[in-house]
Design a protein around this ligand. Structure first.
Ligand SMILES: Cc1cc2nc3c(=O)[nH]c(=O)nc-3n(C[C@H](O)[C@H](O)[C@H](O)COP(=O)(O)OP(=O)(O)OC[C@H]3O[C@@H](n4cnc5c(N)ncnc54)[C@H](O)[C@@H]3O)c2cc1C
Length: 463
């Protein structure tokens, strides 16, 4: 059972279904598969040699999953976890039905994606492979059970394995604690893109975009595509979090101001937004007149389901803690994509989906009663690094690589991996500058040098 039909979930499903994992279902709360890609109208997805728009790439992935034999059920929300194996209908839920994914039960509800013509089997371009695992026995070993609601009402579904691929969301204005009135015209990028690209709604005439990372520039493009003017990009950072050439072409070529070291301190207006008050780090303040503001970035993993399932969350990422093969702390439950670490490129989510599928196949092949890896050693970061994923080390589960983020700009940083006083690894990153909203990677070659009894492993960055 795969929860979420974004790139991570769709690639996991394609790999599982094409590898004979039994019945594979993808549960998706939206009416269409594709996740965030559905409303990313810009290009830049898929392989470098053949970049596609978000909707094109989403279609390709959904097509591959369906062709491989996965059943994609849209309009189906996973609400909670049920009580252990046996798949008994929950007494609290009306008209609950029981189906057992992965066991050949033919009965299923919800809308299923049609298999589009001309699609091939397997994983499409731009998607990486998976690796093997070793398992360690810990209890209790109970197959996961999901409570879901969809077009046919409530169901309780037992699965031999679950891949959580629920993605990430931007924190809205309220979660960012921005003071002021509560006017209309306040969006996140996701809301803006859906309004413009999916529903063709009018969004206003003058917009301030809060943030200066890739997603902020995508939001500015969407504002312009909707026929509105971008007043400015406003960031608390000292510089844009994109390559200099991109920032300059937007600033000089399109005449969009970039206000750095600047915070939005208040929203103004009754009924409709009339402006945002901003303050520079040096104390200067002004009001930018606008009827639309878009809060971009500041992503948080969509971890509600993981929390409800009492999965251990990592303090840095705030997503489920996972080892290198993407096992979570809960028996039979794997996690992949942005739920692990908030927003990374779609190709990373897709790679993780494929990797989780590989681990599920090993798990099912070994037999679901064979055990589950122990919690492993904690892998943590030191400031100014913010998080690292995967973030648990178990000896038999070496990842392909680690992804991590820094809080501040670091010029030519070297990454150090230490256990106790012992230096396990040192790596200088190329290209030279690490930016707060850009992916940093760390190789996993040092994995074999970890002492399983040696306590937590820490990663630091030194310029
Ligand atoms: C504005 C924007 C622009 C971007 N531009 C690019 C780009 O140019 N290039 C690039 O490579 N990447 C880009 N990305 C990043 C990319 O879109 C994501 O990395 C990718 O979509 C993550 O895939 P995912 O499968 O982890 O999650 P998502 O795509 O978020 O999919 C998660 C899915 O899970 C579903 N779900 C969640 N909870 C439940 C539940 N309880 N029950 C049922 N379903 C559930 C959601 O509805 C969603 O469909 C962009 C992201 C944004 C926001």
């Amino acid at each position: 059972m795969v929860v979420g039909a974004g790139p991570a979930g769709l690639v996991a499903a394609a790999r599982l279904a094409s590898s004979g994992a039994g019945r594979v279902e993808v549960l998706e709360r939206e009416q269409e598969a594709g996740g965030v890609l559905r409303h990313c109208a810009h290009g830049g997805f898929g392989s470098r040699s053949r970049p596609r728009t978000g909707p094109e790439y989403a279609h390709l992935l959904a097509e591959a999953a369906a062709r491989a034999g996965a059943v994609i059920r849209t309009g189906v929300t996973v609400l909670d976890w049920g009580a252990s194996s046996g798949a008994m209908a929950s007494p609290g839920l009306p008209a609950a039905r029981v189906s057992e994914a992965g066991r050949g039960t033919p009965d299923h509800g919800g809308a299923s994606a049609a298999v589009p013509p001309g699609a091939g089997r397997g994983v499409p371009e731009g998607v990486g492979g998976a690796g093997g695992i070793g398992l360690h026995t810990v209890g209790p070993e109970r197959e996961p059970v999901l409570r879901v609601v969809g077009p046919r009402g409530h169901e309780t579904i037992a699965a031999r394995a679950v891949v959580l691929a629920t993605g990430a969301r931007e924190r809205p204005r309220t979660a960012r604690l921005v003071p002021g009135t509560r006017p209309a015209g306040v969006y996140t990028t996701g809301e803006l893109q859906q309004a413009v690209h999916l529903f063709g709604q009018h969004i206003g005439t003058r917009a301030v975009v809060v943030g200066a990372e890739n997603v902020s520039y995508a939001a500015a493009d969407t504002v312009r595509a909707a026929g509105a003017e971008v007043v400015a990009l406003v960031t608390e950072q000292p510089r844009a979090q994109v390559p200099l050439c991109r920032a300059q072409s937007v600033r000089l070529g399109r005449g969009i101001a970039l206000l750095t070291d600047t915070t939005v301190t208040e929203l103004l207006g009754h009924g409709r937004l009339s402006g945002v008050r901003v303050r520079h780090r040096d104390g200067r303040a002004t009001v930018l007149a606008c009827d639309t503001v878009v809060f971009t970035g500041d992503f948080i993993p969509d971890h509600e389901l993981a929390r409800r399932g009492a999965l251990v969350l990592d303090a840095g990422t705030r997503g489920p803690a996972v080892n290198g093969s993407l096992h979570t702390s809960r028996y039979g439950v794997f996690a992949a994509g942005n739920v692990l670490h908030a927003v990374e490129p779609a190709a990373t989510a897709a790679r993780e989906g494929a990797r989780a599928a590989g681990a599920v196949l090993d798990f099912l092949g070994t037999g679901a009663g064979a055990g589950w890896p122990g919690p492993g050693l904690a892998l943590t970061v030191e400031a100014p690094l913010r998080w690292i994923a995967p973030n648990r080390i178990s000896p038999a589960n070496r990842p392909e690589q680690y992804v991590l983020r820094t809080e501040v700009t670091l010029r030519r940083p070297a990454l150090y991996v230490r256990q106790g006083g012992r230096l396990l690894h040192r790596e200088r990153r190329v290209p030279g500058t690490a930016l707060p909203h850009r992916t940093l990677t760390l190789g996993a070659g040092w994995h074999d040098r970890v002492d399983p009894e040696g306590g937590q492993v820490r990663v630091s960055a030194e310029a």
